[in-house]
Design a protein around this ligand. Structure first.
Ligand code: NAD
Length: 488
């Protein structure tokens, strides 16, 4: 059973105006159900509730109570794990395989639990020792206190909706904040379920977590502009990230932004080509709808044809279609709009002179759902639109390089700086290249950096700040320096 209500001030509620909107299965185009359609007024009520809960309760200082509540939420999530798996596949169109990793199991296992466990370890107070700052005989004993930042507006996209929500919610609550979450209109059921789990299975006080589902993107602006919100934490497109920063500027809010990417997968000439080049087809995972996916394959010109042959073969063999079928790595795009957006990029690639080696269209054998064929462009110049812009589709571009310096230059010749991969037979050579790539995460020889304890975020226009890890806890805190007279 899908929950259709949202969470405001501890209550599962309908939108004030009684409106609802449809949740569509992107693989079948069927209506999964209706969800309450929150308005600006509902978002304002939610902000007021979060403000009251922050200012009027002891939530921010009750470390033990927070830990207990978060572990209750963890248990509640675990108890409904299999229902969530089916629901996520239906509303997100994500392949079932991915739910055994970052789409569901990894965040359910760690995203709330790890921050909860850090509450007792976190350096809430540290001593700077004694000092007479001006030499006036006034010796002070100084401390630095870490405190919650206040009310956090959390704005979530549709590609990894539960993962992104939990990886923000866990740290936000562990650090003592209250929040208002605005899920993406395309994937609301994971958020309404979370609303129910919080309301019915935890002692999280009313107003500490509010979740406002809406079909209207502009409801998010209530969070970016309200003077009662202290910080905005956002994941989504760079274009929207820019608007959020602009909105937050009017009240000088802190912002955490996790934005787009155009990451490079660099295969050096001494790498194991069948494995390193062949696995580049993983770009099609979840139909390419992941910000950290390596969408530019950089291969040495000296072994270019060999690389093209390997990657062409592996792109042709990607399983795609019904996301419930474990043989499929690729499901549909989230919506008709996204399908058209990706097709436009493919058209642009052709027009700018890249050579289409695999796919490039809508699969005829899948008449329902927003599918796109796994698509490979070769002979791509890094200046082309398909090498510079985030396509968010199952599209891989292959770019040749001359030597390591050239590979680094091409990888960094991007407005983005989110992630990437490097493969080499010499781990020190790979590490050297890694130290010159301007991105927030990197995997060497197929190793995966992901985890609740691993900071994740971008350089350049891929974002501001880090999610997860100690950095992802600190970002949701304020710093207060306090002095008391030193004991004489
Ligand atoms: P988006 O960035 O527009 O939306 C993400 C979230 O922001 C949604 O909850 C949306 O309702 C909200 N939002 C939109 N406009 C807002 C505003 N002005 N103020 C406050 N909140 C606002 O993403 P989209 O339109 O769903 O997708 C478009 C493109 O964004 C994709 O094709 C892809 O390139 C990119 N994208 C990136 C990521 C990522 O993880 N980096 C995730 C989703 C989409």
């Amino acid at each position: 059973m899908h929950e259709h209500r949202m969470l405001i001030d501890g209550q599962l509620v309908e939108a004030h105006n009684g409106k609802t909107f449809q949740n569509i299965n992107p693989a079948t185009e069927e209506v999964l159900g209706n969800v309450t359609d929150g308005s600006h007024a509902d978002a304002q009520r939610a902000v007021a509730a979060a403000r009251r809960a922050f200012d009027g309760t002891d939530w921010g200082r009750d470390h033990e109570g927070r830990k207990k509540s978060l572990l209750q939420l963890q248990q509640a999530l675990e108890a409904e794990r299999e229902d969530m798996r089916a629901e996520l596949i239906a509303e997100v169109g994500c392949p079932v395989l991915l739910t055994y990793g970052p789409q569901l199991d990894a965040p359910v296992n760690e995203a709330v639990k790890w921050p909860a466990e850090q509450i007792s370890e976190f350096p809430w107070k540290r001593s700077l020792g004694e000092k007479d700052p001006f030499g006036w005989g006034m010796v002070a004993s100084r401390e630095v206190w870490k405190e919650p930042i206040g009310v956090v507006g959390v704005i979530v996209p549709w590609n990894f909706p539960l993962e992104i929500t939990l990886n923000k919610l866990g740290p936000v609550l562990a650090m003592g904040n209250t929040c208002v979450i605005k899920p993406a209109p395309d994937t609301p059921f994971n958020a309404t379920r979370l609303s129910r789990l919080i309301a019915e299975h935890t002692d999280i006080p009313p107003g500490v977590v509010n979740i406002v589902t809406s079909s209207d993107h502009s409801v998010g602006e209530v969070l970016t502009k309200s003077p009662d919100v202290d910080m905005v934490a956002f994941t989504g497109s760079t274009a929207t990230g820019r608007k959020i920063m602009e909105g937050a500027a009017s009240t000088l809010k802190a912002t955490f932004l996790e934005l787009g990417g155009k990451s490079a997968n660099i295969v050096l000439d001494d790498a194991d080509f069948p494995s390193a080049v062949g696995s580049a087809a993983a770009v099609c995972t979840h139909a390419g709808q992941g910000c950290a996916i390596s969408t530019r394959l950089l291969v040495p010109r000296s072994r270019y044809q060999e690389a093209v042959d390997i990657v062409t073969e592996s792109m042709k063999n990607i399983g795609y279609g019904d996301p419930n079928d474990p043989a499929n790595l690729q499901g549909p795009q989230i919506s008709k709009r996204q399908q058209e957006r990706v097709l436009n990029y493919i058209e642009k690639g052709r027009a700018e002179g890249a050579k289409l080696a695999v796919g490039g269209g809508v699969p005829k054998h899948l008449p329902k759902g927003f599918f796109i064929e796994p698509t490979l462009f070769i002979d791509v110049d890094n200046k082309m639109t398909i090498a510079q812009e985030e396509i968010f589709g199952p599209v891989l571009v292959v770019i040749p390089f001359e030597d390591d310096d050239d590979a680094v230059r091409i990888a960094n010749e991007s407005a983005y700086g989110l992630s990437g991969q490097i493969s080499s037979g010499d781990i020190n050579r790979a590490r050297d290249v890694a130290s010159r790539i301007r991105t927030g995460t990197l995997g060497i020889n197929g190793a995966v950096w992901y985890g609740a304890d691993t900071p994740f975020g971008g350089y350049k226009q891929s974002g501001v700040g880090r999610q997860c890890g100690i950095e992802g806890l600190e970002i949701f805190t304020q710093t207060k320096s306090v002095a008391v007279p030193a004991a004489t």
